[in-house]
Design a binder for this molecule. Structure first.
Ligand SMILES: NC(=O)c1ccc[n+]([C@@H]2O[C@H](COP(=O)([O-])OP(=O)(O)OC[C@H]3O[C@@H](n4cnc5c(N)ncnc54)[C@H](OP(=O)(O)O)[C@@H]3O)[C@@H](O)[C@H]2O)c1
Length: 214
């Protein structure tokens, strides 16, 4: 039996991942928490439920975790949510979406082997989750995108959408002129996420090298 892929969190990136999988002929399971993009998505909140309560977990072989849960201030909550997910997914391939916010950005051009140096709660929580998967799960893959942009299921990313609205309304739009990012188009990233899920890649940083884990 071909085991199924579940995409946890169908926000901006997760929805593009679901579309990419569908275009590849697959029928992924997928979850949302409040904002439902696909009619057949199932409602799931990692802080309140176990994944097996909403999806047939024995059919699942791969979990693509695109939910954004790392803004939480309570690290112990986050840790127990990760542990709950781990208990159910210990024999599955898991792809965890992290962020370049695990680095402080002072130097730039980071590679996988650089030690995280987060500055924000979000970055520190991402680094803690990465650390959790590193320690506990042998077949995980971590992807650290920078700014994700473009159209996902017809929706422009929130940052560009806000910039457009501001500019169209004639309000001055302020921007940094000394900040450098490595942006990636959302559907391109969705393809990379799926490719990573199907591969045996270990830690992956989009835009940089992807190491085969040994
Ligand atoms: N967007 C970027 O530029 C960017 C850059 C680097 C890394 N990332 C990372 O990439 C991932 C995807 O980002 P995104 O922009 O697609 O985020 P997003 O649009 O905010 O989508 C996040 C998804 O997570 C769901 N979610 C939130 N809390 C949850 C919970 N407790 N349990 C289950 N699902 C929950 C949300 O559901 P509801 O909306 O229905 O509540 C939503 O479907 C995130 O991990 C993010 O940190 C994003």
């Amino acid at each position: 039996m071909i085991r199924r892929t579940v995409v946890v969190g169908t926000g901006f990136l997760g929805a593009a991942v679901v579309q990419f999988l569908r275009r590849s002929g697959m029928a992924p399971l997928h979850t949302y928490r409040q904002r439902q993009v696909f009619a057949d998505s199932v409602r799931f909140d990692l802080f309140r439920q176990r994944l097996s309560e909403v999806v047939p977990i024995s059919d699942v072989g791969t979990v693509i975790f695109t939910a954004r849960i790392e803004d939480a201030f309570d690290r112990s909550n986050l840790q127990s949510a990760m542990e709950s997910l781990f208990r159910e997914c210990r024999n599955m391939r898991i792809v965890y979406l992290s962020s370049d916010a695990v680095f402080d950005g002072q130097r730039g051009m980071y590679v996988e082997s650089d030690a995280p140096s987060p500055l924000t709660t979000y970055g520190r929580n991402k680094a803690a989750c990465e650390n959790f998967w590193e320690r506990s799960h042998p077949t995980h893959c971590i992807i650290r995108p920078s700014y994700i942009f473009g159209f996902s299921c017809g929706q422009l990313d929130p940052r560009l959408a806000q910039a457009l609205t501001t500019l169209r309304s004639g309000i001055p739009f302020h921007r940094f002129n000394d900040m450098y990012k490595s942006p990636i188009e959302v559907n391109r990233l969705a393809g990379i996420v799926v490719q990573a899920a199907r591969s045996s890649f270990g830690v992956t940083s989009c835009g940089w090298r992807a190491h085969e884990r040994v």
